[in-house]
Design a protein around this ligand. Sequence first.
Ligand code: ADP
Ligand code: MG
Length: 748
Amino acid sequence: MALENGNHNGASILSPSRHDAVSTYAAAKSRYQQNGNAMSNGAGQRVDGFYAADVFNERVMRQRLPKDIFKRLMETIHLGKPLRAEIADVVAAAMKEWAIENGATHYTHWFMPLTGLTAEKHDSLTIPDGKGGTLSEFGGSALVSGEPDASSFPSGGLRATFEARGYTAWDPTSPAFLTRSEGTVTLCIPTAFVSWTGEALDKKTPLLRSMEAINIQAMRILKLFGTDAGVSRVITTLGPEQEYFLVDRGLYFARPDLLLCERTLFGARPPKGQQLEDHYFGSIPAAVLTFMTDVERELYRMGVPVKTRHNEVAPGQYEIAPVFETTNIACDHQMLVMETLKRVAPRHGLQAILHEKPFAGVNGSGKHNNWSLSTDTGVNLLDPREEAHTNMQFLVFLCAVIRAVDLHADLLRASIASASNDHRLGANEAPPAIISIFLGDMLTDIIEQLETGRTRRTIKGGALDLGAHTLPQIPRDSGDRNRTSPFAFTGNKFEFRAVGSTQSSAWPNTVLNTIIAESLDSMASRLERAVGSKPTEARLQAAVRTLLKEIVRQHKRVIFNGDGYSEKWHAEAARRGLPNLKDTVEALPVLRTKKAVDLFKRYKVLSKAELESRADVFVEKFIKQVTIEAETMVSMARTMILPAALRHQARVAQAVAAAADAGVSSQTQRGMLEELVDLADSLREKTDELEEAVSHHDADPLKHARHIKTAVRPAMAALRTIADELETQVASDLWPMPTYRDLLFIKG
Ligand code: ADP
Ligand code: MG
């Protein structure tokens, strides 16, 4: 089956195996409350209570901060007001006290450099003062900014040698938390990472700027509709669904490719893969369930609201999904989810693999990026409502997304480009590299009615009244799903499904926010001009109708509700003129186009230099990643596979010779031996060819990346074909590494 996510109906199927961790949590919490400050973990052991126990959140701050300080900090967090130094001092003191009470000895500014991982450098909260007392250097300034000697992070040329330092700046909108490992407790302070000249060296700073950009533009739309009363901000929300694989940790260590590259570079397909579809939403194996519960407990402690867990399509593949949150917090939490999966798995004899395509022949892993816009009063702006008036507003936001995705499909594609995601996108099992929008039949129907100006009021079943005869009705929840679309409207949010499972959510959301900010800006300007200084309901309606009609006409080509995996769609998309950037090498140059530079500059998300630095870092990362893979292949082929092939060959040769000595001569067995000799020869040859290809360097990174695409990757594929053929021939007791069968079907 070709569907990445199977053919289920999403939330409507609640098979017994789809656990709702929240109810598990509720039960656990009530047990915890009964037990006072400790709870039973089921095995009779008592463990600490966990729900957000390790988060310095609003509840804790309200308890521990003087009233006026708390109030002013909340103004910073919720209204974006600047933070005063004396407030930072008081907050730091309270935070330190809280952290020490909870066992913390050290603190760290926790940030997201361009590596795509998180980084931390620990300093102690208190040290002995040499006079029998203690000394603490953790005050307001240490909370607000830090200076990690982090000059080895990739900066894409932003930090020249004359100024290698970067500094971290507290992001008070994302709560500080404690991490615990083996008796060590560390206070983690989410921060942005910038250079002394203020250039963003991380993934968080541009994300925060993009959220500001979309806030400004969305507020203009709300003002036009008069729905801005009591609203101070429009925020973006994110609920990322994380797919991952679990493999036995012992087997993992026996595979140099998994250890170094997080994916298998060799491996013949087992007779049983995912054909039977018996894994998807199947009952969760006991060892895995114990692991998941452990992960959830740790995440709850750190305030990450994980809710859903289930088996995914491929054997050994699972998913974990939190409830959505404000995007920057969700991005921080998403990093914690990935780290926690990795950290906890070894305790259970497992290894968590987050790579987009660890195994050929079975589905890869994605990170479905559920995205929406909401007012700070909690109104989801992509949720069609009962009232006619707000549905016009809904259509404006919907069309803003359609327009943005069509205008900047190339940029969205580039935002998810990586060496690892290349193996997944367009591989006929995941969303194609062509960016299109799935709207569902009913919403598409409405969009078409907008275009023609003729409205029917005949849509059946749960349709919503838009009031005026001039506007169509909107179905409350069309309920249909399309798992083959890279960008799908799912009732009250968009799901960007092409995001890779190893990626930080920050960058794709930065791009998404910025392109939609631009659409809202353009639309708000048009509407503001049309209604003039004395807007009336009628004028607004007429202006909206004209504008939406025009947008639908210009951008409906990006809407596609059919099968995104089909050959037909590729041809159709080409006819429509939609970009089809097949891989990272084709996608990354988009970041250097004038269109992209102007866009990010205009909304103050990234300067030209900042954008260029990202383009540099992404290309470098691509080159390094594939080069490591190619070199690992060469080494495995030389030191593991070839020796095994020769041993097997010797064994067969001996058997043939022994048979001949005994006076029996089998042509078939002789043929077998010849075939083995040929395979071993080709293996040697293909290994040399790959080694030759990977040794090529080019001073121009883009050229080098192109060489990797046209020479290195094909050589890797050729070597793999021979090695995988050998795997099906060589005696299993001689094969030097665990096979797909072992990796996919043995658990814990
Ligand atoms: P499914 O896609 O499996 O049907 P849901 O629709 O309930 O499941 O939600 C999937 C994900 O979308 C969850 O992680 C959820 O938190 C997230 N989500 C739901 N509403 C929003 C929203 N308004 N903004 C962002 N993410 C959301
Ligand atoms: Mg989903």
